[in-house]
Design a protein around this ligand. Structure first.
Ligand code: SAH
Length: 672
């Protein structure tokens, strides 16, 4: 498909309802949604045929303009302030006085706008907007470029049947998820005498979400099989003890002895079969004898001995603890289902108070090709409770009940920009702060970090680490990349991206989870979190999209160079028929941005990568023709990865007298 032709249909690629790009049909009246959106013409109109002068003056003042639709051969109306468009002349809304009532609180709300909950001074419309003077373009400096338009085309999808973000519901959901995490840790302790494997709960959440068809955006509630292989394998892997690479010979000796001791304990205290009991006991005794009589053994001797003991005992230990470990997985899953149900009940109660109910899951046949627009909801948003916010030096504290979340001011401004681009039901930003709170709460709970402390010692942020800005710039310039397949509103570089939580991220530009994105064409960057099952599903998904589309489609995938112990997804992607190029950047020769960039200071952001990173270009034929990874371009990308490039870039931006915004996280926004 020719990009120029598409651009003529509409130049606002965030527009809702989406434009059918295959037919050019711009009338969404066939659109079967319960959203209270009028049947509208598509896209921001061009200047031709502007017939605003035969409209009531008040409507012009409210931002309405009249245009002529050549295709439909009739006039239509477009509001330059709210982006709304209608076939019929809009009815006159009562005016409010911008001096005494700047936010229009005293005026009756428009039909679907919920009433004001939180005044937001920083998002107050400017005088230029009030007076209808075209606003200057505002570029927000930061580690992102929110002006890049999407080149992604997808098959249209139904609006989301999730409930809108609601602080009370989210607080409840997150308290239950935290309880579930604690319960998991306790079960690992009490039943298997081990610490819960690090981050395994988070990986469990990601793994479950690949197959979950339940109704909660966070808590898995409808998965088959019920026992997660990811959770099971991670627990088993740490039984009888978690093995680590010892530093010194003494550590290697200690680890061998601990392994033997713990194996013996399992065999003696559990219901082990006679054969398992015999084999483990014999090997453990032999190890203890060897330890007693051997003097001057080397590091390697201890390690070899451990490998031998493990090989002999592990199958028997696994057999002995299997049902107990499966019991943990099952218990956590069942609890999750129960909790998801409780959240749903609470949601229904709140909706009922507003005379609303959750919608049924909608489906639409995947026939229309559209620009990749943000996720939409099928029900309107009920009134949200008040969420307070307090400036705290470079940060904002956002508080709901007794739960205060922090975010750097510059990131809050980023969210404001994303909201302006992607949220269509709250032009006055009345729900902005509550929705920010919900999103921050979701990520803090998902990651298991305390949002008020900058707990950088935890590695939970690993799943959120992002590429340096210089790399994104290069990907955009050299390979036409406009979209991140794995991101969050906090770590995204582009204003269009996929994320784990299509519900609370939607207002900030998310197109939902990547595995649900039916992409037809475009150029994508893919930097997934490390979860083997997710990586595997991701490869399957990309292969399918590439084989089903003849339009230009390209994925630049970045994965850690882990080949141990079972690197299935990486090997699969290396052998993929669509692979056009592969390069590896060695460990320590590149950096990532810290996964908690939205609460850290500038000096804490750049993290040297302790593993190599493999970059692989997966492209169909048309994608390869358009975005070919030539040696020159690949070289430019490797150069963009050089450590310190991001800081260097910031410095240069700062020194440049004509700078157009920058990546610095501390500078003031630049207005053009
Ligand atoms: N956007 C940055 C950082 C990626 S970190 C970059 O591309 O460099 C990986 C991100 O993927 C995290 O924010 C994580 O929350 C998100 N994620 C997890 N599961 C996902 C899914 N199923 N679909 C899309 N994003 C997902």
């Amino acid at each position: 498909m020719n990009e120029d032709n598409i651009a003529k249909v509409t130049d606002d690629r965030n527009m809702w309802p989406p434009v059918d790009l295959s037919t050019g049909n711009s009338t969404p009246s066939q659109h079967n949604t319960t959203m209270p959106i009028p049947s509208t013409p598509q896209g921001a109109p061009g200047n031709a045929g502007n017939t605003e002068f035969d409209m009531p003056y008040e409507l012009v003042q409210q931002g309405w303009r009249k245009f002529w639709s050549k295709r439909e051969n009739r006039p239509y109306f477009w509001n330059r302030l709210t982006g709304e468009s209608l076939w019929e002349m809009p009815s006159l809304k009562p005016q409010f006085d911008p001096i005494t009532d700047p936010l229009g609180i005293c005026a009756p709300p428009p039909p679907v706008m919920p009433v004001q909950t939180t005044p937001i001074p920083m998002t107050k419309r400017r005088m230029s907007e009030e007076l209808n003077i075209p606003a200057k373009k505002f570029i927000l400096a930061g580690p992102w470029d929110l002006d890049v338009q999407t080149n992604i085309i997808i098959f249209e999808r139904p609006p989301s049947s999730y409930m809108h973000s609601h602080p009370e519901i989210e607080a409840y959901r997150c308290s239950l998820l935290s309880k579930l995490r604690v319960c998991y840790e306790e079960l690992c302790h009490s039943r298997e005498s081990i610490d819960a494997p690090k981050d395994s709960f988070n990986r469990w959440l990601m793994e479950r979400k690949i197959i979950d068809t339940g109704f909660d955006p966070l808590l898995p509630s409808c998965c088959f099989p019920e026992i997660s292989q990811s959770m099971y394998k991670e627990i088993i892997n740490d039984i009888p003890i978690k093995l680590v690479q010892p530093k010194f010979t003494g550590d290697a000796r200690k680890q061998l002895s601990r392994y033997a001791e713990a194996s013996k304990k399992i065999i003696e205290s559990r219901d082990a079969g006679p054969e398992s009991r015999k084999v483990v006991k014999w090997n453990v005794d032999e190890t203890f004898q060897w330890l007693r009589k051997t003097v001057g053994a080397t590091y390697d001797d201890f390690q070899d001995r451990l490998a031998h003991l493990k090989q002999q005992c592990q199958p028997h230990l696994t057999e002995t603890v299997r049902s107990s470990v499966e019991g943990i997985c099952l218990k956590i899953y069942n609890l999750s289902c129960e909790y998801a149900k409780k959240v749903r009940e609470k949601t229904n109660i709140i909706l009922k108070e507003h005379n609303m109910e959750l919608p049924p899951v909608m489906t639409i046949p995947h026939t229309r090709k559209v620009w990749c627009y943000p996720i939409q909801f099928s029900i309107p948003c009920p009134r949200l409770p008040v969420v307070e916010y307090f400036p705290d030096r470079d940060q904002m504290q956002i508080k709901y009940q007794n739960d205060t979340l922090m975010i750097n001011n510059i990131y809050l401004q980023k969210l404001e920009h994303l909201y302006r681009h992607s949220c269509f039901d709250d032009r006055k930003f009345e729900q902005f702060i509550p929705r920010v709170w919900v999103m921050l709460k979701r990520y803090a709970t998902f990651l298991g970090v305390s949002p008020t402390t900058k707990n950088t010692s935890l590695d939970v942020h690993d799943t959120q680490a992002s590429l340096p800005v210089t790399v994104f710039e290069c990907l955009n310039r050299m390979f036409g990349v406009t979209f991140e397949c794995f991101a969050s509103p906090l770590n995204c570089y582009f204003k269009q991206y996929c994320s784990a939580f299509g519900d609370c991220d939607a207002y900030f530009g998310s197109r939902g989870p990547f595995l649900q994105l039916k992409a037809v064409s475009g150029s994508f960057e893919v930097n997934p979190p490390f979860c083997e099952e997710l990586l595997d599903a991701m490869v399957t998904h990309m292969e399918r999209l590439l084989s089903e589309s003849s339009e230009p489609l390209s994925f630049i995938v970045l994965m850690p160079d882990y080949r141990d112990p079972t690197p299935s997804a990486l090997v699969r992607i290396e052998n993929c028929q669509f692979k056009k190029k592969q390069v590896t950047i060695p460990a320590y020769e590149h950096e990532f941005r810290h996964g908690l960039q939205h609460i850290l200071t500038r000096s804490e952001l750049n993290i040297r990568s302790v593993h190599g990173t493999v970059i692989i270009w997966l492209q169909n034929t048309a994608g390869n023709q358009r975005w070919e990874p030539t040696d020159e371009k690949v070289q430019a990308l490797l150069e963009a990865f050089r450590p310190g490039r991001e800081r260097e870039r910031d410095r240069q931006e700062l020194l440049s007298p004509t700078r157009q915004g920058s990546t610095s996280d501390t500078k003031e926004p630049v207005v053009h």
